[in-house]
Design a protein around this ligand. Structure first.
Ligand SMILES: C[S@@+](CC[C@H](N)C(=O)[O-])C[C@H]1O[C@@H](n2cnc3c(N)ncnc32)[C@H](O)[C@@H]1O
Length: 240
């Protein structure tokens, strides 16, 4: 067995994933194959999930293209492989929370849904979220929509999703969302989104690539791996 085969993501990258997305590629297997390539190659992962193969390609000095049908996967892979200005992201996160707190009292329960939600989505949301969490989440979402910087907005959506998709206590009435086996377990949500939003942002930023401390990658030839070396798309937008 090779040295890298059993490596965890933390051992391979020195950071963890930005989100508990299920069904990851075993990082050591990808790293094993990719680090044995002598020349810089372009890696295509047509079902990239949250981007393990892409992150291993990056760490091995390759460029990569990723596609996924799930918009959440595309968001997470983008956040994980893009360098971010942390201080600005933290400042925007604090503003987003303040704006959400200011706006929540005037938000009616009938408006406490995702934007443009159809009746099926609304009834799904009513099943999984109590009214208080719905109002806080809708206020946060409205506030995040207003952030102009695309990368920072992505980081904040990723943190927003972390409030909901957790193994145990989250902002919904469910347990085990990160394992794709959700079941209704609570009468009211164990966490209040406003109380946890900034710590969720911290967890995402801790595992992003920082603009001020770029991740070490193996250099191949004279080309370095930059964000421009990564092209991540939703499957539907490529297909049609
Ligand atoms: C096991 S995960 C992939 C893990 C990923 N390769 C990694 O490096 O961690 C499978 C992914 O395939 C995606 N998927 C399934 N059917 C797809 C399709 N028809 N087109 C694009 N992506 C698809 C799913 O959304 C899911 O994110």
């Amino acid at each position: 067995m090779s040295k890298t085969y059993t490596k965890t993501i933390q051992e391979a990258l020195g950071r963890d994933p930005v989100h508990p997305f299920p069904a990851r590629m075993a990082p050591g297997i990808a790293l094993d194959i990719l680090s044995s390539e002598q020349d810089q190659i372009r890696v295509l992962d047509p079902m990239m999930g949250s981007g393990t193969v892409l992150a291993m390609a990056r760490a091995s000095g390759h460029s990569a293209i990723g596609i996924d049908i799930d918009p959440l996967a595309v968001l997470l892979a983008r956040v994980w492989t893009t360098a971010i200005d942390e201080p600005r992201a933290r400042a925007r996160a604090a503003e987003v929370l303040e704006r959400a707190r200011d706006n929540m009292p005037s938000l009616s329960v009938s408006d406490a849904y995702p934007r443009n939600a159809d009746s099926e989505t609304r009834s799904f949301v009513r099943y999984w979220f109590d009214i208080y969490a719905r109002k806080q989440l809708a206020s946060l979402a409205n506030s995040i929509h207003g952030v102009r910087d695309d990368h920072i907005r992505d980081v904040l959506w990723c943190a927003f999703s972390r409030l909901i998709i957790t193994k145990q206590a989250g902002a919904s009435l469910a347990m085990d969302l990160s394992h794709s086996r959700p079941h209704k377990a609570f009468e009211s949500a164990p966490i209040k989104p406003f109380n946890k939003f900034l710590s969720a942002v911290d967890l995402v930023l801790k595992n992003c690539i920082s603009k001020s401390q770029p991740e070490r990658v193996r250099r191949r030839g004279h080309r370095s791996v930059t964000h421009e070396s990564f092209l991540l798309r939703e499957g539907r937008s490529i297909l049609f």
